[in-house]
Each structure stands twice: as structure tokens, then as C-alpha cells.
Ligand binder design. Sequence first.
Ligand code: MG
Length: 230
Amino acid sequence: MIRCVLFDLEGTLVDFQWKLEEAEAELRRAAAGVLGCGPERFAGLNYAGIWKAAMEAGAPGLRARVEQTLEPIYDRYDLDAATRWTLQPGASSVLTRLQALGVPTGLVTNVGRRSVAHIVTRLGIDGRFGVVVTRNDVPRMKPAPEGIHKALAALGATAAEALMVGDSLSDIGAARAAGCRVAIVLGGESTEAAIRAARPDLVLTDLREVVGSLCEPLERRKAGRPEGQS
Ligand SMILES: [Mg+2]
């Protein structure tokens, strides 16, 4: 049974606005500059993969330089996206409903702390999460499971009790690596074909479907009514 819900931010609670291709090209060039190689070394890797590969490529002494070089690039693209982010339909009501049910919720995002703090306040969803884990709080971004592990530890929940709600293959990868179930809302970072091929536990076309597929069954259980009885 699901007792805890973790949400991704961009593409899930807010619309997807990151200038992905431009940011990834800049990150490849910058990482190659620090490591003294060509950007083709990072070909085919997304923004999270570039970070991981760059951090693992050099001697430990180089990691601080990789961090100092790449961090401002991620922050700049986050802040740019933040100027356009709007809350997805139903995001606020889904969070309110889960809160009313006493279901612990967390935010696990590859967006950095600066933009997350700013955006959750601007959109009025601050205080809705029991824990917020950003890119800056873990050594590796999703699809690595560290962010989910950290959120679950803070919420006192196990992976078996948790559902990760996201929009990307990174969310599926992180949830699987952490051992929790995963629901994907279509229309975000990853294409529908890629999402369906990766077979998440649940595919949603709209975040508001979380109410029917999760909140209502939980409300019925709470009221002691069997499934299917309204
Ligand atoms: Mg996302």
C-alpha cells in the first residue's frame, strides 16, 4: 500500500521549460574544458549524465573544479526556466488532498536549491512537502537513487511504501533503483514512446489523475469502505 508520495518538480508539478539542448551543449563544452578533452566524450549523455561522467572522470582534485564550472550553468538554466514555470493543473489540489489524508509527501528534483526555494514560494506550494531534496543535496542526480533514499529517510518511510510521481526516464530509473513504484505524467521531459517502452507502474495523461488512482482509494480505505464503493 502506498503511504508516502514523492514528486518531481519540472514537467510534473510545473511545466517543462528547461532549454535542454542548449544547456546540455554548454555543459558538454564546459566539462570538456575542465577535463582537457573534447565535448564528444559526453556525447549522448543528458544533463545528469554529463555531471556524473565529469565528476567521475578526473582525479578527486579535479572534482571541485568540475563543480565550480558546471554548477553555475545548471543554476543559470534553472533560473531561466523558473521565469516561465507555471503550476500544472491540479498540482495544488493533489498536494492538499494528500496532506489532508496524512500522506507524507516529498519533493525530489534535479533542479537546484536556489530555484526550488524561489519557485515553490512563488507558486504557493511551499510548506506542502515534508522534505525537499534538490540536486545540491545529493552527489548524483536522478536516475541515481540517492535523492529518493534521502527523502524516504527524512519521511520515515520505506521504498515499498512509496510512489514516485515524475515525468521522465530519470524518474523511472531513480524509482526502480530505489525500489519504489513510479507513476509518470505524460507531456514532460521524456517522450510518450520512451515512457511507455520503460513500463512505469502507472502512466497518467494529467496530474489530476493522481486523485482517482491514489487519493480516492486512500480515502475509501480511511473511511473503511471497500474498493469500488463510493
Ligand atoms: Mg521532471
